[in-house]
Design a binder for this molecule. Sequence first.
Ligand code: DC
Length: 240
Amino acid sequence: MENKNRQTDKKIIIAIDGYSSSGKSTMARELARRVGYVYVDSGAMYRAVTLYALRHGFVGRDKPLNREALVAALPDIHVSFAAGCGADGVQHTLLNGEDVENVIRDLEVSSYVSPVAEIAEVRRALVRLQQEMGRDKGIVMDGRDIGTAVFPQAEMKVFVDASASERATRRLRELEAKGEKVSYEEVLHNIEERDRIDTTREQSPLRKADDAYVLDNSNLTREEQMEWLIDLFDRLTGVS
Ligand code: DC
């Protein structure tokens, strides 16, 4: 039923950027489902590369990131997605063919992903892959630089905003549901630190594209956010 009245030949690219834990991935996935588009979580790709770095000892506790070793290993790192291979029926991230969807969400990967995402060569390789994925349009991709660097020509750009405390509360709930024992302070610190790195890094810092629509979802329900997005989508694709 959701695709009713949305049968249009005009396929577009939807770029959703925003701070970590702003709920943009859930929102982007749901939007893709409703409009019948492919969904790509670009953050998962940076997370998968980070997992590879952790497993190969290129970074870790008391071990500064060995950029040279990671860059040299890039040709051996293959990130892809498999549609609905989990029991949950959602798309899973694969690292060299292995389903790593759950482990890339751990606090450990979250703690090391920002410096990995700062490496120009890592970004270049992943951005190229992301652009290939969007070649035929009909795609929703979320991340930090999708509307600015990956698809500056995207027809629909959304910048998602929410306060750090609200995002920390949501993230804590998610981690607790997975059985992880972490404190609110720890989660808030991780989010603030990632905000700082994401917005101040040299390579494609997180910023709102000039032509992006801002969605502050601090006080919106999931359904209200979805209505907002679908309205915008319908307007931009000329669906009545
Ligand atoms: O959206 P996320 O929290 O899963 O992203 C994980 C990290 O990857 C985040 O710290 C920033 C980085 N990232 C990025 O630099 N560019 C993107 N397009 C997506 C994520």
